[in-house]
Design a binder for this molecule. Structure first.
Ligand SMILES: Nc1ncnc2c1ncn2[C@@H]1O[C@H](COP(=O)(O)OP(=O)(O)OP(=O)(O)O)[C@@H](O)[C@H]1O
Ligand SMILES: [Mg+2]
Length: 318
């Protein structure tokens, strides 16, 4: 695997196996292959980021990023089930998988097809469980490692926001990759967000990462709407006894420390994991389960936070 040096010419590219897997403006480096139809040196010069027009998406009321300082804490699981909970409560919802390094929403939502393009050359999001969906994973072959040049990533994020026919939505939930990296930066440069949700597990090591996540959004001027504690406890399916496997209430305590809303706790449960693997999120497959109720409670709390904050652009930066 290697990057091209400035001015170096690319070798002819192997043809991608599937025409539909390639996108004209999405360039991904994998091994010695760079996908994309235009050689790098023929592409129009990139605008400096600060001169790029913000995408506003005025037909979407709330644009909310789901983030964490650390990987594997359940962002995608929370984003997916939260989106469905909001839709079940009567809202129109879109879910954007902006994890440019490991998109998991297509699997979690059970999607294998690719979106089509409208005559106006807008990408038409796929719909599952009443949610409009778009993922970087729809554009890049599954097995391809995703290694991005900064401007390419920035362009791809802008495209996922601005070139998709999202229509009118109450919510656009945006699933971010872990950490405090370049996707969050590109996203916040491209689109004014209503705010961010931070997902964490209860133990201390994860909470140190929450601090980093909160600090990053503060720096980017994005309000933190709340903290969601995932894998908080195990609910015995036989006797309903609650066991706190990790340390109890870490997310709650951290939210108090930061003066940020605590939106709720999601139990650790094999059903939640299985549901994600089979492509039918638990809130869609088992809406009456205690796990789904927990996601429903988080959705309600989020609505309360947003209601209390008034219009999205009036939220105070913490
Ligand atoms: N509450 C839960 N109970 C049981 N399993 C869960 C729960 N939440 C998430 N998982 C499982 O943990 C794994 C990681 O979850 P997920 O992919 O949502 O995390 P993530 O934070 O998005 O990860 P990444 O940082 O890699 O994007 C998945 O296998 C998922 O099914
Ligand atoms: Mg994820």
């Amino acid at each position: 695997m290697r990057f091209l040096k400035k001015g170096e010419k690319e070798k002819p590219k192997p043809q991608p196996s599937s025409e539909t897997k390639e996108h004209p403006d999405l360039q991904v480096i994998s091994g010695s292959q760079i996908s994309g139809r235009q050689p790098q040196q023929q592409r129009p010069p990139q605008q400096p980021q600060q001169q790029q027009q913000n995408i506003t998406l005025p037909n979407i009321k709330y644009k909310i990023a789901v983030a964490s300082g650390k990987g594997g804490v359940g962002k995608s699981t929370v984003a997916t089930n939260l989106a469905i909970s909001l839709a079940n409560a009567g809202s129109t919802v879109g879910l954007l998988d902006a994890d440019a390094y490991g998109p998991s929403i297509p699997t979690m939502m059970g999607i294998q097809e690719q979106p089509k393009t409208s005559p106006e050359r807008k990408i038409i999001p796929l719909v599952r469980h009443d949610i409009k969906l778009m993922s970087i994973g729809f554009m890049v072959p599954e097995e391809q490692a995703m290694i991005w040049r900064g401007p390419m990533l920035h362009g791809a994020i802008r495209q996922l926001l601005g070139d998709v026919d999202w229509g009118e939505l109450d919510y656009l939930i945006i699933d971010l990759p872990p950490g405090t990296g370049d996707v969050a930066l590109s996203l916040t440069q491209a689109l004014p967000l209503t705010g961010a949700l931070i997902v964490t597990t209860p133990q201390d090591v994860a909470l140190a990462d929450v601090r980093r996540g909160v600090a990053m959004f503060e720096r980017l001027g994005v309000p933190i709407l709340g903290i969601i504690e995932n894998m908080s406890y195990f609910l015995c399916p036989h006797c309903n006894e609650k066991t706190e496997i990790f340390r109890a209430d870490g997310g709650k305590n951290t939210s108090e420390r930061f003066g940020v809303a605590f939106l709720g706790q999601i139990p650790l449960d094999a059903e939640v994991c299985t549901a994600g693997d089979i492509g039918v999120p638990i809130v869609a497959g088992h809406p009456e389960s205690p796990q789904s109720e927990a996601f429903g409670e988080v959705a309600k709390e989020l609505e309360i936070v947003l209601d209390e904050s008034g219009e999205e652009d009036e939220l105070t930066i913490l």
